[in-house]
Design a protein around this ligand. Structure first.
Ligand code: ADP
Ligand code: MG
Length: 237
């Protein structure tokens, strides 16, 4: 514990919450501590990622321990991998059991970019990673739609749920990415409706952001259970 505290201090990682798992010393610990398949770990190597970034070191073990999390770290610090990789590890393999994970992004461009990142990390696996496109929301009935990971803006996802019967009741992982921007653009109503539609009681929610304004944190606390807070650097810069 003392060692964890020193390591966090060195990397400028600030944590709060109950029973926080130790930060990763290296990516190999994803295998030794959390049983990551060698094939999946190899994808990191293929992408040229040698060392986890500070936000990855702390938030990946939190998510892999099945804990909800809000994470704040500067732009460009590798937050996408921090939530996508644990998601892939937990989902294990492709399945047709409805929609299993959802990532909400504030803009369509960010959603498209996140989809590309997910596909790169899932290379060699059969996972269905789907971007919520105009074509999909135009369909009359989405009640049978399934995929392993769905990436969308809140607006499109809410439309799909309310008007096209998309079923989010089996979602096991929900990520609100760039949550400061998500809340900034006045999407609270849409986000709220998506969070409610994700009714699986064992869902793990997380929130990733470059800044964590107090009102975002307060909103997050109203939807999350026993969450761990991870901040790299300072909260509002
Ligand atoms: P953020 O969401 O925090 O702004 P991104 O997830 O978009 O950052 O990552 C920024 C860049 O860093 C991307 O090009 C990504 O591929 C790269 N990256 C992520 N993790 C690592 C790592 N551990 N080592 C090297 N590069 C990384
Ligand atoms: Mg990002």
């Amino acid at each position: 514990l003392e060692r964890d505290a020193l390591f966090r201090k060195k990397l400028n990682i600030h944590v709060s919450g109950n029973d926080i798992p130790s930060p990763l010393q290296n990516f190999a610990e994803l295998s030794s501590r959390y049983g990551c398949e060698p094939k999946l770990l190899h994808n990191l190597e293929a992408l040229g990622f040698k060392e986890p970034t500070p936000i990855q070191r702390q938030s990946m073990p939190v998510l892999l321990s099945g804990r909800e999390c809000f994470a704040c770290a500067p732009t460009g610090s590798g937050k996408t991998l921090a939530f996508v990789f644990p998601m892939l590890m937990k989902l294990k393999h492709a399945s047709k059991d409805g929609i299993r994970a959802v990532i909400l992004c504030p803009t369509r461009e960010l959603a498209a970019q996140t989809t590309r990142e997910c596909k790169k990390m899932a290379k060699g696996y059969q996972f269905r990673v789907k971007l919520m496109t105009k074509q999909i929301v135009r369909k009359a009935d989405l009640s049978k739609f399934y995929c392993d990971i769905l990436i969308s803006t809140p607006l499109r996802l809410r439309l799909a749920v309310r008007k096209k019967k998309m079923d989010l009741s089996r979602v096991e992982y929900l990520v609100l990415d760039e949550s400061d921007k998500l809340f900034e653009v006045g999407l609270i109503k849409q986000i709220d409706s998506v969070v409610k539609a994700c009714s699986n009681p064992s869902i793990i929610r997380s929130l990733f952001s470059a800044t964590l304004p107090d009102y975002v944190e307060e909103l997050a606390r109203t939807i999350m259970y026993d969450a761990v807070r991870v901040i790299v650097g300072r909260k509002n810069t």
